[in-house]
Write a protein that binds this ligand. Sequence first.
Ligand code: NAP
Length: 525
Amino acid sequence: MTFTGKQLIGYAATATGHTTFASPAATDVKFIDATPADVHAAAALAAKAFEHYRQLNGATRATFLERIADELALVRASLVETAQLETGLPAARLDGEITRTVNQLKLFASLVREGSWVRAMIDPAQPNRQPLPKADIRQLQVPLGVVGVFGASNFPFAFSVAGGDTASALASGCTVVYKAHPGHPATSEMTGLAVIRAARETGMPEGVFALLQGAGHESGVSLVTHPLVSAIGFTGSLKGGRALFNAASQREEPIPVYAEMGSVNPVIILPGILAEKGTDLAKTLAASNTLGTGQFCTNPGVFLAQDSNDTTSFLQTYAATIAATPADGMLTDAISASYATGVKALENKKDVQHLATGVATEKKRSGIPNTFKTTVSAFLKDVSLQEEVFGPSSIHIVAESKEELLNAIRQLHGQLTLSVWGTAEDFVNFQDIFRVLETKGGRLICNGVPTGVEVTHAMMHGGPYPATSNSKYTSVGTNAIYRFTRPLCYQNFPKHLLPQALHDENPLNLWRMVNGNYEQGPLRA
Ligand code: NAP
């Protein structure tokens, strides 16, 4: 396979820069870092494309999204092969991720083809209202503009070039400038070319999507601070997300940064279920923690339980399972180094007991599983114990009492997910826990593992800081589209100047809120 190693701007592969970096797959092509001039060229063309693209109807945008899905499916085998070389992830996992990405694009296509997502609202005029007449007021969601997107290394498809951020931004009517992750630049180029082919073949304006390469932070910061960029979608580390959020806030015109960052995804294990099937549960949870070498943002890293003989047996089985789990490769040198640092820091804490280490292997950048144990008082004293150690590491917090368990839960930081394992009786005896959990995370799970995020309408993949920079939004599922829109209100507008979604006749057959009630027909006189 041959790669250009350049920026994909409009229909051309171009580069003005001279510094390069290599793909982890060691292709013979060097990838060229995007310069501020490249960022400007991409943003300017995307801003021009936006003027046209935002006005296209939902059916046309849906056709574009479906074409991207088709183009990805056509090069599926090459994508898997390239991504495997760059990330070391297993082929079956990558193939499944492409299916998820394709389905995600199709889901957004169906959303915008149906159209009611624009949340059209009509409050008809009341010219005879006393003491003053009321104006005709109508509202709908409109796209923000050019969206800069950053993907994570651990999902080279679903949270990458044509992943959820790009799909939701394009669905909303925004144009996209994508900053590729240096962990999979060749996969990114191949995916970017598929998006651009789809754009060309469905007649989208040139510049609707651009892909920039870069290792090091300059190109990313240039993108976030570019005056023509209106919003950012980011998936990655807390450090990276926070840096970009800060850069965006310091712009003359601040813009929203929707950063989905790490999480420790606490799991609370209640006494009844520990007595009933603690051993099986220990194996299930250890498997969830070490799945994919622990490199999931939904990886369960903190476990909380009340002290008992059952808890002791649970911990023994959990530790034995970890001790028997072989190390596997991690995604990048940076992730592997950061994992080693995180584990070392836990080993050096005097109030933390190292329960088990997994089996070392010869795997490149191998991440050896580890598990630790501590008390609630140590956990509450040391906030660093709540920090994500991205990889197959976990810490068990053992409480002396139910009250202490609740105290620990009250101190948890914001999370993407929180899970509770219990029997029906536990869920009655510990129901106060759930009221606390509702304030802590985006997705609460009963008797299930947090790894695995369905792409659906009701999914919430987000949560209070530090899980994300804005807890009101999800990055997975159809509601992700609202990150890239804003409400626009039309007051007393002549009908011919209103968008079709707000016409009296309801020509798009949308569900609309009229005078506070949802209805689908034309406006009644
Ligand atoms: P990362 O190091 O933050 O990188 C993500 C992207 O941001 C890359 O393109 C990176 O490019 C750029 N970047 C990072 N720091 C930057 C800075 N200071 N200035 C400008 N650009 C910057 O994350 P990662 O290694 O891919 O992923 C691992 C992390 O992602 C984990 O913490 C995991 O929990 C999280 N994650 C979260 C989710 C979620 O949905 N919440 C999903 C998957 C992963 P450069 O390196 O070229 O700057």
